[in-house]
Design a protein around this ligand. Structure first.
Ligand SMILES: *[C@@H]1O[C@H](CO)[C@@H](O)[C@H](O)[C@H]1NC(C)=O
Ligand SMILES: *[C@@H]1O[C@H](CO)[C@@H](O)[C@H](O)[C@H]1NC(C)=O
Ligand SMILES: *[C@@H]1O[C@H](CO)[C@@H](O)[C@H](O)[C@H]1NC(C)=O
Ligand SMILES: *[C@@H]1O[C@H](CO)[C@@H](O)[C@H](O)[C@H]1NC(C)=O
Ligand SMILES: *[C@@H]1O[C@H](CO)[C@@H](O)[C@H](O)[C@H]1NC(C)=O
Length: 391
């Protein structure tokens, strides 16, 4: 609990016997529902704050907010919203009010009484916008569960985990991991030539170290492996390596229009900030290795590539890689926002975790209320045949 939350909590506790005050409740721990389920609604690539000097800029932010509201109305069991990166389009924002867009991003969640947890994306850092600034703005909301658990200067911000409990509070039933894949440009920095200064766009080694140590400590403290899922904005190289082998539209149903996709360490492809100069050189190998070494980690969810929303099971040594998959599922979210590139129907990936069950249910809830790409990430995912989705 942050000091602000403690104060609000104390305030709420001291006044609760006299009258109910309509202040935001402090965030309590996350719990499974009465059926032992936990549903997440993932909103990815919202891209607020574009072209505010035009009519369509503010209008697309209104439309993005409507996506959040209509999805949450259609998914009454959702217990937590995930904002999986690119909340704001930093290159379009002004220094004096760039973080204010965060208030518009979370307004539909606050109205719904829905708590949320964020990762930040490459567009959340630019000359006029910093992820630290977004984090400070988010932290004003008791409904925000976003944290910063790694203080190394190169770590980025949104690196943390959240436990999900059953009825007992001693041992979490699930862990939700959040990683910062950084990217974009450094805040208020220009090169000698007057250009923006790009920030590395992969999960930092300092974060990998924190992850492996924290995971081991949790396992040791609880004397068991806690099942988990993870969120990171930019996908890892295994997704690109798999895509190159061919995404099967029945076995991995979903749109596959960003091909080749943009991944960690690579600035080629769509969705990257112009002027970024990184090229792929295995920068995400330590992170992928750490994911593979994490017992109980079921799936990793990424955004960034607006035109892809499939899930694949990484079971083998894919061409061009030295790492061998262990059966982990790597999934794309569905792009939710009206900002950014592409005109695919907006939607939100839903993820259902179930106590004592290996399998994860997931589908995309579209803005228009329809459901797309519903699959069960169970023992035969990758072999089962599903209806292909319309693109
Ligand atoms: C928690 O306890 C309640 C009340 O006893 C019960 O209805 C519910 O099923 C329990 N939930 C879980 C996940 O065990
Ligand atoms: C940053 O914001 C300032 C004013 O707040 C504006 O004058 C400037 O053009 C912006 N710079 C960039 C690169 O967007
Ligand atoms: C930020 O400032 C710009 C220019 O002054 C304005 O057009 C825009 O609406 C402001 N945005 C917010 C979220 O306050
Ligand atoms: C795979 O391992 C070999 C031998 O260590 C190394 O030369 C090569 O660069 C590695 N390839 C990748 C893609 O990591
Ligand atoms: C996995 O789920 C699919 C779709 O519901 C089903 O057809 C398949 O039989 C399941 N596999 C296992 C091992 O339960």
């Amino acid at each position: 609990m942050s000091p602000v939350h403690s104060i609000l909590f104390a305030l709420a506790a001291s006044t609760v016997s006299t009258f109910a005050i309509p202040i935001l409740q402090p965030t309590d721990v996350l719990r499974l529902d009465a059926h032992g389920s936990f549903q997440l609604s993932v909103f990815s690539d919202l891209h607020f704050g574009e072209a505010q000097d035009t009519l369509w800029g503010p209008e697309q932010d209104i439309n993005s907010a409507k996506v959040i509201t209509s999805v949450l109305n259609a998914e009454p069991n959702a217990a937590l919203a995930i904002l999986n990166g690119d909340l704001i389009t930093g290159e379009n924002t002004f220094l004096h009010n760039s973080t204010k867009y965060l208030d518009s991003v979370v307004a539909p969640l606050v109205k719904h009484g829905m708590s949320w947890a964020s990762t930040y994306g490459n567009h959340d850092s630019d000359f006029n916008l910093s992820r630290e600034g977004i984090f400070a703005e988010e932290s004003k909301y008791p409904l925000s569960r976003t944290r910063k658990m790694v203080s190394a200067s190169d770590a980025g911000v949104s690196n943390y985990y959240l436990p999900v409990y059953g009825n007992a509070s001693a041992v979490p039933e699930f862990l939700l991991w959040f990683f910062d894949s950084r990217g974009g440009n450094y805040f208020q920095q220009k090169s000698a030539a007057g250009n923006s200064v790009p920030q590395p766009n992969w999960v930092a080694q300092s974060v990998v170290n924190w992850f492996t140590q924290t995971r081991s400590a949790l396992e040791k403290n609880h004397n068991r492996i806690i099942p988990s899922v993870a969120f990171v904005h930019i996908p890892v190289n295994a997704m690109a390596a798999f895509q190159a082998t061919g995404v099967n539209k029945k076995r991995e149903p979903g749109i596959n229009d960003d091909n080749p996709l943009a991944q960690q360490g690579s600035a080629s492809g769509q969705g990257d900030v112009s002027g970024t100069t990184f090229s792929y050189n295995g920068q995400d190998i330590p992170f992928m290795q750490a994911l593979l070494d994490t017992k109980g980690l079921k799936a990793v969810f990424s955004g960034h590539d607006h035109g892809d929303d499939w899930c694949f099971r990484w079971t083998s040594k894919l061409k061009g890689m030295n790492l061998t998959g262990n059966g982990i599922d790597l999934c794309f979210d569905r792009r939710s926002g009206y900002g950014g590139y592409g005109s695919w129907t907006r939607g939100s990936r839903q993820v259902v975790l179930q106590k004592d069950k290996e399998e994860v249910e997931t589908w995309v809830r579209m803005e228009d209320g329809s459901v797309s790409g519903k699959v069960t990430l169970n023992g035969t995912y990758g072999q089962d045949s599903y209806p292909a989705v319309r693109s």
